[in-house]
Ligand binder design. Structure first.
Ligand code: SF4
Length: 69
């Protein structure tokens, strides 16, 4: 799956997406205002499976200091 993603967004150990702190390197925009996936068409399966309000979504929101209730 990672082979279709530009190298600059992939972790050096090939374990997944490269992150800067809790932020995925492919995320564009300002968290809490307006964001988008910079590789939406080729995003990993785990991202495709994440749905608004599900457990992973709420974990990500909490990690970024956003409301989860
Ligand atoms: S959808 Fe996945 S690849 Fe895209 S910005 Fe979010 S975590 Fe990164």
């Amino acid at each position: 799956m990672l082979e279709r993603i530009p190298e600059k967004y992939v972790a050096l150990d090939l374990s997944g997406m490269r992150c800067e702190g809790v932020r995925c390197s492919a995320l564009t925009g300002e968290v809490g205002k307006s964001t988008a996936c910079g590789i939406y068409e080729m995003r990993p399966d785990v991202c495709r499976a994440c749905m608004p309000g599900d457990e992973e979504c709420l974990m990500a929101r909490a990690a970024h200091g956003l409301a989860v209730g």
